[in-house]
Write a protein that binds this ligand. Structure first.
Ligand SMILES: *Cc1c(COP(=O)(O)O)cnc(C)c1O
Length: 357
Protein backbone atom coordinates (compact mmCIF):
# COMPACT_ATOMS: atom_id res chain seq x y z
CA UNK A 1 0.00 0.00 0.00
CA UNK A 2 1.47 3.36 -1.01
CA UNK A 3 2.17 5.96 0.08
CA UNK A 4 3.19 4.49 3.42
CA UNK A 5 5.31 5.55 6.33
CA UNK A 6 7.49 2.67 7.54
CA UNK A 7 8.17 3.13 11.24
CA UNK A 8 10.98 1.08 12.73
CA UNK A 9 9.81 0.43 16.28
CA UNK A 10 13.16 -1.12 17.23
CA UNK A 11 14.98 2.11 16.36
CA UNK A 12 12.49 4.13 18.39
CA UNK A 13 12.75 1.71 21.32
CA UNK A 14 16.54 1.92 21.19
CA UNK A 15 16.45 5.72 21.30
CA UNK A 16 13.80 5.92 24.01
CA UNK A 17 15.41 3.39 26.36
CA UNK A 18 18.83 4.99 25.84
CA UNK A 19 17.57 8.47 26.67
CA UNK A 20 15.49 7.30 29.64
CA UNK A 21 18.60 5.59 31.07
CA UNK A 22 21.05 8.43 30.43
CA UNK A 23 18.70 11.08 31.81
CA UNK A 24 17.60 8.85 34.69
CA UNK A 25 21.18 8.84 35.97
CA UNK A 26 20.87 12.61 36.19
CA UNK A 27 17.56 12.54 37.99
CA UNK A 28 15.54 13.55 34.93
CA UNK A 29 12.36 11.76 33.83
CA UNK A 30 11.15 11.62 30.23
CA UNK A 31 7.70 12.54 28.94
CA UNK A 32 7.41 10.75 25.58
CA UNK A 33 5.84 13.14 23.07
CA UNK A 34 3.53 11.50 20.53
CA UNK A 35 2.22 14.48 18.53
CA UNK A 36 4.34 13.88 15.42
CA UNK A 37 2.59 10.53 14.91
CA UNK A 38 -0.88 11.69 16.01
CA UNK A 39 -0.62 9.60 19.17
CA UNK A 40 -0.19 6.39 17.20
CA UNK A 41 -0.88 3.68 19.81
CA UNK A 42 2.05 1.50 18.74
CA UNK A 43 4.42 4.40 19.40
CA UNK A 44 2.81 5.05 22.78
CA UNK A 45 3.23 1.40 23.72
CA UNK A 46 6.93 1.38 22.79
CA UNK A 47 7.53 4.58 24.74
CA UNK A 48 5.89 3.15 27.85
CA UNK A 49 7.84 -0.10 27.53
CA UNK A 50 10.98 2.04 27.29
CA UNK A 51 10.33 3.57 30.69
CA UNK A 52 8.92 7.04 30.04
CA UNK A 53 7.18 8.56 33.06
CA UNK A 54 4.30 9.94 31.00
CA UNK A 55 3.01 10.62 27.49
CA UNK A 56 2.63 14.12 26.08
CA UNK A 57 0.64 15.42 23.15
CA UNK A 58 -0.42 18.86 21.98
CA UNK A 59 -3.97 18.03 20.84
CA UNK A 60 -6.98 17.02 22.88
CA UNK A 61 -8.08 14.62 20.12
CA UNK A 62 -4.75 12.78 20.32
CA UNK A 63 -4.93 12.62 24.10
CA UNK A 64 -8.43 11.21 23.88
CA UNK A 65 -7.01 8.54 21.58
CA UNK A 66 -4.37 7.70 24.20
CA UNK A 67 -7.01 7.71 26.92
CA UNK A 68 -9.10 5.17 25.00
CA UNK A 69 -6.11 2.81 25.04
CA UNK A 70 -6.06 2.91 28.84
CA UNK A 71 -2.31 3.37 29.13
CA UNK A 72 -1.13 3.34 32.72
CA UNK A 73 1.11 6.43 32.68
CA UNK A 74 -0.09 10.02 33.21
CA UNK A 75 -1.09 11.95 30.09
CA UNK A 76 0.12 15.52 29.61
CA UNK A 77 -1.25 18.12 27.24
CA UNK A 78 1.82 20.04 26.08
CA UNK A 79 -0.04 23.00 24.59
CA UNK A 80 -2.36 25.29 26.52
CA UNK A 81 -5.88 23.97 26.11
CA UNK A 82 -8.21 26.26 24.19
CA UNK A 83 -10.60 28.04 26.54
CA UNK A 84 -13.42 26.28 24.68
CA UNK A 85 -11.78 22.90 25.35
CA UNK A 86 -11.28 23.11 29.11
CA UNK A 87 -13.80 20.41 29.84
CA UNK A 88 -12.46 18.05 27.17
CA UNK A 89 -8.89 18.65 28.35
CA UNK A 90 -9.71 17.79 31.96
CA UNK A 91 -11.30 14.55 30.83
CA UNK A 92 -8.63 13.62 28.27
CA UNK A 93 -5.51 14.16 30.35
CA UNK A 94 -4.06 14.45 33.85
CA UNK A 95 -1.87 17.52 33.46
CA UNK A 96 -1.78 20.53 31.12
CA UNK A 97 0.86 23.19 30.38
CA UNK A 98 -0.63 26.63 31.00
CA UNK A 99 0.02 30.34 30.69
CA UNK A 100 -3.40 32.05 30.93
CA UNK A 101 -5.45 32.60 34.08
CA UNK A 102 -8.72 32.57 32.12
CA UNK A 103 -7.93 29.06 30.89
CA UNK A 104 -6.87 28.01 34.39
CA UNK A 105 -10.20 29.26 35.79
CA UNK A 106 -12.05 27.22 33.19
CA UNK A 107 -9.94 24.15 33.99
CA UNK A 108 -10.67 24.69 37.68
CA UNK A 109 -14.41 24.83 37.01
CA UNK A 110 -14.27 21.74 34.79
CA UNK A 111 -12.16 19.81 37.30
CA UNK A 112 -14.59 20.66 40.09
CA UNK A 113 -17.66 19.84 38.00
CA UNK A 114 -16.23 16.49 36.89
CA UNK A 115 -14.78 15.71 40.34
CA UNK A 116 -11.49 15.04 38.59
CA UNK A 117 -8.49 16.86 40.11
CA UNK A 118 -6.32 18.35 37.38
CA UNK A 119 -2.58 19.04 37.57
CA UNK A 120 -1.12 22.22 36.15
CA UNK A 121 2.37 23.15 34.99
CA UNK A 122 2.96 26.88 34.52
CA UNK A 123 5.12 27.67 31.52
CA UNK A 124 7.71 30.42 31.86
CA UNK A 125 8.80 32.70 29.01
CA UNK A 126 12.61 32.52 28.99
CA UNK A 127 13.21 34.25 25.68
CA UNK A 128 12.13 31.99 22.82
CA UNK A 129 8.94 34.08 22.52
CA UNK A 130 6.48 31.26 22.14
CA UNK A 131 4.38 30.32 25.20
CA UNK A 132 5.17 31.47 28.69
CA UNK A 133 4.39 33.75 31.63
CA UNK A 134 6.84 36.63 32.20
CA UNK A 135 9.45 35.72 34.82
CA UNK A 136 8.31 38.37 37.30
CA UNK A 137 4.68 37.27 37.07
CA UNK A 138 5.22 33.56 37.67
CA UNK A 139 5.03 33.62 41.47
CA UNK A 140 1.73 35.56 41.40
CA UNK A 141 0.27 33.17 38.84
CA UNK A 142 1.37 30.23 40.99
CA UNK A 143 -0.36 31.77 44.04
CA UNK A 144 -3.54 32.14 41.97
CA UNK A 145 -3.46 28.49 40.93
CA UNK A 146 -3.09 27.31 44.52
CA UNK A 147 -6.36 29.11 45.30
CA UNK A 148 -8.29 27.49 42.45
CA UNK A 149 -10.40 24.52 43.52
CA UNK A 150 -9.84 21.30 41.58
CA UNK A 151 -6.35 22.31 40.43
CA UNK A 152 -3.00 21.08 41.75
CA UNK A 153 0.07 23.17 40.99
CA UNK A 154 2.36 20.36 39.85
CA UNK A 155 5.27 22.31 38.46
CA UNK A 156 6.79 24.94 36.26
CA UNK A 157 8.36 24.49 32.87
CA UNK A 158 9.77 26.13 29.81
CA UNK A 159 10.01 25.57 26.09
CA UNK A 160 12.97 26.92 24.12
CA UNK A 161 14.37 26.46 20.64
CA UNK A 162 11.03 26.22 18.85
CA UNK A 163 9.98 29.70 17.80
CA UNK A 164 13.24 31.65 17.85
CA UNK A 165 15.93 28.99 18.21
CA UNK A 166 16.91 30.24 21.69
CA UNK A 167 19.35 27.71 23.21
CA UNK A 168 18.43 26.06 26.54
CA UNK A 169 21.82 26.63 28.18
CA UNK A 170 23.01 26.60 31.79
CA UNK A 171 21.93 30.20 32.33
CA UNK A 172 18.34 29.59 31.15
CA UNK A 173 18.05 26.39 33.15
CA UNK A 174 19.46 28.07 36.27
CA UNK A 175 16.81 30.77 35.86
CA UNK A 176 14.10 28.09 35.75
CA UNK A 177 15.53 26.34 38.84
CA UNK A 178 15.65 29.62 40.73
CA UNK A 179 12.00 30.26 39.88
CA UNK A 180 11.04 26.83 41.15
CA UNK A 181 12.59 27.74 44.52
CA UNK A 182 10.79 31.11 44.50
CA UNK A 183 7.41 29.52 43.76
CA UNK A 184 7.89 26.91 46.48
CA UNK A 185 8.75 29.40 49.19
CA UNK A 186 6.00 31.83 48.15
CA UNK A 187 3.32 29.12 48.00
CA UNK A 188 4.64 26.86 50.75
CA UNK A 189 4.57 23.72 48.67
CA UNK A 190 6.90 21.31 46.90
CA UNK A 191 6.70 21.20 43.08
CA UNK A 192 6.50 17.71 41.65
CA UNK A 193 8.20 18.67 38.40
CA UNK A 194 10.45 21.24 36.82
CA UNK A 195 10.04 20.60 33.12
CA UNK A 196 13.18 21.75 31.35
CA UNK A 197 12.07 21.68 27.73
CA UNK A 198 12.03 19.55 24.59
CA UNK A 199 14.67 17.60 22.65
CA UNK A 200 16.62 20.85 22.29
CA UNK A 201 17.43 20.67 26.01
CA UNK A 202 19.21 17.32 25.69
CA UNK A 203 22.58 18.79 24.75
CA UNK A 204 22.53 20.70 28.03
CA UNK A 205 21.01 17.93 30.13
CA UNK A 206 23.50 15.27 29.02
CA UNK A 207 26.59 17.44 29.45
CA UNK A 208 25.94 19.72 32.43
CA UNK A 209 27.45 19.05 35.84
CA UNK A 210 24.48 20.77 37.49
CA UNK A 211 20.91 19.96 36.41
CA UNK A 212 19.66 22.14 39.26
CA UNK A 213 15.96 21.60 39.88
CA UNK A 214 15.22 20.29 36.37
CA UNK A 215 13.78 16.78 36.73
CA UNK A 216 11.78 16.30 33.51
CA UNK A 217 12.18 16.71 29.74
CA UNK A 218 9.47 16.34 27.09
CA UNK A 219 11.02 14.45 24.17
CA UNK A 220 9.71 13.85 20.67
CA UNK A 221 12.20 14.44 17.85
CA UNK A 222 15.24 13.03 19.64
CA UNK A 223 13.43 9.74 20.26
CA UNK A 224 11.92 9.52 16.78
CA UNK A 225 14.75 10.77 14.58
CA UNK A 226 17.78 10.55 16.88
CA UNK A 227 18.65 14.17 16.06
CA UNK A 228 19.48 17.23 18.16
CA UNK A 229 16.99 19.86 16.93
CA UNK A 230 19.43 22.68 17.73
CA UNK A 231 21.85 21.43 15.06
CA UNK A 232 19.98 18.58 13.35
CA UNK A 233 23.10 16.48 13.93
CA UNK A 234 22.88 12.87 15.18
CA UNK A 235 22.84 12.41 18.96
CA UNK A 236 25.61 10.08 20.12
CA UNK A 237 24.43 6.49 20.47
CA UNK A 238 20.99 7.05 18.91
CA UNK A 239 19.58 5.67 15.67
CA UNK A 240 18.52 7.87 12.77
CA UNK A 241 16.82 5.13 10.73
CA UNK A 242 13.39 5.16 12.35
CA UNK A 243 11.38 6.32 9.35
CA UNK A 244 11.08 5.82 5.59
CA UNK A 245 8.39 7.13 3.30
CA UNK A 246 7.51 4.87 0.37
CA UNK A 247 5.75 6.27 -2.70
CA UNK A 248 4.66 4.75 -6.01
CA UNK A 249 5.56 5.82 -9.54
CA UNK A 250 2.50 6.78 -11.64
CA UNK A 251 4.29 8.28 -14.67
CA UNK A 252 7.75 7.60 -16.09
CA UNK A 253 8.81 9.55 -19.20
CA UNK A 254 11.70 11.30 -20.83
CA UNK A 255 10.96 15.03 -21.00
CA UNK A 256 12.72 18.26 -21.95
CA UNK A 257 14.53 19.90 -19.03
CA UNK A 258 12.77 23.22 -19.62
CA UNK A 259 9.06 24.05 -19.71
CA UNK A 260 7.79 25.87 -22.81
CA UNK A 261 5.13 28.51 -23.37
CA UNK A 262 4.48 31.76 -21.51
CA UNK A 263 5.30 31.34 -17.79
CA UNK A 264 3.08 32.62 -14.94
CA UNK A 265 2.71 31.45 -11.33
CA UNK A 266 2.56 27.77 -10.38
CA UNK A 267 -0.04 26.13 -8.14
CA UNK A 268 2.00 27.25 -5.14
CA UNK A 269 3.22 30.71 -6.12
CA UNK A 270 6.03 32.10 -8.28
CA UNK A 271 8.26 29.66 -10.19
CA UNK A 272 11.19 28.47 -8.07
CA UNK A 273 14.55 29.42 -9.53
CA UNK A 274 16.16 26.49 -11.33
CA UNK A 275 18.75 24.98 -9.02
CA UNK A 276 21.26 23.81 -11.61
CA UNK A 277 22.21 24.80 -15.13
CA UNK A 278 20.47 22.82 -17.81
CA UNK A 279 21.09 23.21 -21.53
CA UNK A 280 18.08 24.10 -23.65
CA UNK A 281 17.16 21.09 -25.77
CA UNK A 282 18.37 18.49 -23.25
CA UNK A 283 16.05 15.82 -21.92
CA UNK A 284 15.88 13.97 -18.60
CA UNK A 285 14.13 10.85 -17.35
CA UNK A 286 11.39 12.10 -15.07
CA UNK A 287 9.01 10.25 -12.82
CA UNK A 288 5.88 11.34 -11.01
CA UNK A 289 5.15 9.80 -7.63
CA UNK A 290 1.64 9.67 -6.16
CA UNK A 291 2.53 11.95 -3.26
CA UNK A 292 2.12 15.68 -2.75
CA UNK A 293 2.06 18.65 -0.42
CA UNK A 294 -1.00 17.19 1.29
CA UNK A 295 1.25 14.39 2.50
CA UNK A 296 4.75 15.82 2.84
CA UNK A 297 6.92 18.92 2.80
CA UNK A 298 8.96 18.33 -0.39
CA UNK A 299 11.89 20.29 1.05
CA UNK A 300 12.03 17.88 3.99
CA UNK A 301 12.49 14.72 1.93
CA UNK A 302 15.82 13.03 1.27
CA UNK A 303 15.75 11.26 -2.08
CA UNK A 304 17.84 8.16 -2.90
CA UNK A 305 21.32 8.97 -4.28
CA UNK A 306 21.13 10.18 -7.87
CA UNK A 307 17.47 11.19 -7.68
CA UNK A 308 16.60 14.91 -7.77
CA UNK A 309 13.29 16.28 -6.47
CA UNK A 310 12.11 18.86 -9.03
CA UNK A 311 8.95 19.98 -7.32
CA UNK A 312 5.65 19.07 -5.77
CA UNK A 313 2.06 20.17 -6.16
CA UNK A 314 -0.84 18.99 -4.01
CA UNK A 315 -0.74 15.41 -5.27
CA UNK A 316 2.26 15.00 -7.59
CA UNK A 317 5.92 14.75 -6.64
CA UNK A 318 8.13 15.26 -9.71
CA UNK A 319 11.63 13.78 -9.69
CA UNK A 320 14.49 13.23 -12.12
CA UNK A 321 15.54 9.63 -11.71
CA UNK A 322 19.14 9.71 -13.00
CA UNK A 323 20.34 6.16 -13.62
CA UNK A 324 17.58 4.48 -11.62
CA UNK A 325 15.64 1.93 -13.65
CA UNK A 326 12.08 2.73 -12.69
CA UNK A 327 8.79 1.77 -14.29
CA UNK A 328 5.22 2.67 -13.46
CA UNK A 329 4.16 0.78 -10.35
CA UNK A 330 7.64 0.74 -8.81
CA UNK A 331 8.18 2.11 -5.32
CA UNK A 332 10.82 4.55 -4.18
CA UNK A 333 11.76 5.36 -0.58
CA UNK A 334 12.70 8.69 1.00
CA UNK A 335 14.12 9.89 4.30
CA UNK A 336 12.23 12.61 6.18
CA UNK A 337 13.09 15.54 8.39
CA UNK A 338 10.83 16.50 11.30
CA UNK A 339 8.57 18.72 9.19
CA UNK A 340 8.09 16.12 6.47
CA UNK A 341 7.56 13.42 9.09
CA UNK A 342 4.91 15.49 10.87
CA UNK A 343 3.02 16.04 7.64
CA UNK A 344 3.31 12.43 6.42
CA UNK A 345 2.24 11.05 9.79
CA UNK A 346 -0.80 13.32 9.94
CA UNK A 347 -1.93 12.81 6.31
CA UNK A 348 -4.93 10.50 6.12
CA UNK A 349 -3.55 9.30 2.77
CA UNK A 350 -0.33 7.88 4.23
CA UNK A 351 -0.58 4.49 5.93
CA UNK A 352 1.59 3.86 8.97
CA UNK A 353 3.34 0.49 8.93
CA UNK A 354 5.40 -0.84 11.83
CA UNK A 355 8.71 -2.48 10.92
CA UNK A 356 11.61 -3.71 13.00
CA UNK A 357 15.35 -4.51 12.92
C1 LIG B 1 6.52 19.61 20.57
C2 LIG B 1 6.82 19.94 21.97
C3 LIG B 1 7.73 19.16 22.68
C4 LIG B 1 8.54 18.06 22.03
O1 LIG B 1 9.48 18.66 21.16
P1 LIG B 1 10.64 17.81 20.45
O2 LIG B 1 11.55 18.85 19.90
O3 LIG B 1 9.97 17.00 19.41
O4 LIG B 1 11.28 17.00 21.49
C5 LIG B 1 7.92 19.45 24.02
N1 LIG B 1 7.26 20.45 24.62
C6 LIG B 1 6.39 21.24 23.97
C7 LIG B 1 5.70 22.33 24.71
C8 LIG B 1 6.14 21.01 22.62
O5 LIG B 1 5.28 21.79 21.96
Amino acid sequence: MAPRLEINLDAIRHNATGLVARLGKRGIRVIGVTKALMAWPQLARVLIESGVSGLGDSRVENLERLRRNRFTVPLMMIRSPMLSQANAAVNACDVTLNTELSVLSALSAAATRNERPHAVVLMVELGDLREGIAIDEVVDAARCVTRMPGLVLAGIGTNLGCQSGVVPDQHKMDELSGLADDVESACGLRLESVSGGNSGSLGWALSTTDVGRVDELRLGEAILLGLDPLTRLPINGLRQDGFQLIAEVIEMKTKPTRPWGAIAQTAFGPVATVKDEVEAGETRRRAILALGRQDIDPDGLTAPAGVIIRGASSDHLVIEVGDHELIVGDELSFGLNYGALLRAATSPFVTKVATSA
